[in-house]
Design a protein around this ligand. Structure first.
Ligand code: NIG
Ligand code: FE
Length: 428
């Protein structure tokens, strides 16, 4: 035990310690900085030092640490950041999966009052306690699969009361669960049944946004800019009003068609533009200029049997590509490991690019500037010990998890695909 009250964690003897991006001479960062036989020491949940195992263990003997992990030839990587989820909802839509297999499209289901609108009905009926419980159970799965920071959107309320309850559920779950949550207000997720789109945009601007700002938990304001949802002009009104209330814009753009949401996002200084299946070179240039991070969601394309976003075009243009699960009732995927597999197999990314997209670049997409997503001195001590010698196993495996131990803020919180019940007891 250390001599003062501080809590020390040491992980050593790792075959590969992935520290973060390796910035090359051209300023690009599509490779990783990897220490062979690396070790890390953290104090009170913050990385203090990384370096060769012999040096670190000499300075910080593992027997003096509260938590010591002998990685014994296995790889250690930063905890994942999942920067786009709709993880708070109620109800079940597995029958729509079957309908889609028989030929129904996502937009047809939405036009018939299914899809998002159906989840809105179930979510409005659910108590806040139920929403919290549902979210906590999803967070357990996400954490055990390596996500230590997760963005969660509202957007299944479409009225002030339920939107606020969703954000409250996110805030409560954030207090109770080891995963760090970042909240996004997505009142502009769909036009409610029977409403006129322009009137609904008025309601978002005049009622929902002031109430959300008053509540004070949401950091971002997002909009589904798509035919059948919100036009570019309607989306602009929502995002600019969000900015007036101190919420940073994000946009669901070019998901089912090319409408212009990406350029709008770049114009209003969006932190990210997400989906981008139909994005063009021009869109990518606009993102590059504004520093808007492209967030790609290959699980959505996989689930809908659609084409994938053109990740290589974006990487070649020199923009930092982020990845996310998009977990929602239409895309039942909570694993950033599976996302990395899809990114490599279906979008031609390398395992290094996929890992960067799940860590550093994903942190940039949610405006985290505190070192989250990397393991530099000062970063949160959020890291994963794999049960494999190389980080490439994260993308390479697609049967079960390649993660053996999940450490959040210097404490072990999950092992072998399950949340550690002792850790849960500590943190809940
Ligand atoms: O990111 N595109 C809009 N929103 C979600 C889908 C939500 C749902 O179908 O419930 C998405 O894919
Ligand atoms: Fe989404």
């Amino acid at each position: 035990m250390s001599h003062d009250d501080s809590e020390k964690t040491v992980v050593y003897n790792s075959s590969e310690l992935v520290v973060g991006p390796e910035v090359d001479e051209n300023g690009g960062d599509s490779t990783l900085s990897v220490l062979e036989d690396g070790a890390l020491v953290s104090v009170d949940g913050e990385v203090r030092e990384v370096g060769p195992s012999d040096e670190i263990t000499r300075k910080h003997p593992p027997e003096n640490a509260e938590t010591a992990i002998d990685a014994d030839g296995r790889a250690v990587v930063p905890g994942f950041v999942d920067p786009h989820t709709h993880a708070v909802f109620a109800g079940d839509r597995s029958d729509e999966f079957e309908a889609k297999l028989e030929g129904a499209t996502y937009q047809e289901l939405l036009a018939q009052g299914g899809g998002i609108l159906r989840t809105v009905r179930s979510t409005r009926e659910a108590s806040t306690d139920r929403l919290v419980a549902n979210l906590l159970s999803h967070l357990d799965v996400m954490l055990a699969h390596g996500s230590t920071t997760v963005e969660v959107k509202s957007g299944y309320g479409l009225d002030t009361e339920t939107e606020l309850r969703m954000l409250e559920a996110i805030e409560i779950a954030n207090e109770r669960h080891p995963v760090d949550l970042v909240a996004t207000f997505l009142g502009a997720h769909a036009v409610p049944e029977g409403a006129d789109a322009d009137d609904y945009v008025d309601a978002i601007v005049d009622e929902q946004l002031p109430a959300v700002a008053d509540q004070g938990f949401a950091e971002f304001c997002d909009v589904f800019c798509e035919e059948g949802a919100f036009s570019v002009e309607q989306s602009r009104r929502v995002l600019e009003a969000g900015l007036d209330h101190g919420l940073t814009p994000k946009v669901h753009a070019e998901e089912l068609s090319h409408l212009g949401g990406t350029k709008l996002g770049a114009e209003v200084g969006a932190a990210s533009a997400d989906h981008l299946l139909y994005a063009t070179d021009d869109d990518v240039e606009a993102m590059k200029e504004s520093g808007t991070v492209p967030v790609l969601l290959p699980g959505t394309a996989f689930g809908l049997g659609e084409e994938y976003a053109d990740a290589r075009m974006m990487l070649e243009a020199g923009v930092p590509v982020a990845l996310a699960t998009d977990f929602n009732p239409n895309c039942h995927s909570r694993s950033m490991e599976f996302v990395q597999t899809l990114a490599c197999v279906e979008m031609g990314m390398t395992p290094a690019e996929a890992l960067l997209g799940s860590t550093t670049n994903a942190a940039a997409a949610i405006g985290k500037a505190d070192g989250t997503g990397a393991l530099d001195p000062g970063s949160p001590a959020d890291f994963l010990v794999l049960d494999a010698p190389r980080y490439a196993h994260l993308a390479y495996r697609f049967d079960t998890t390649a993660i053996e131990t999940v450490v959040k803020d210097g404490r072990i919180v999950a092992r072998d695909g399950r949340v550690d019940s002792m850790a849960e007891g500590q943190s809940r």
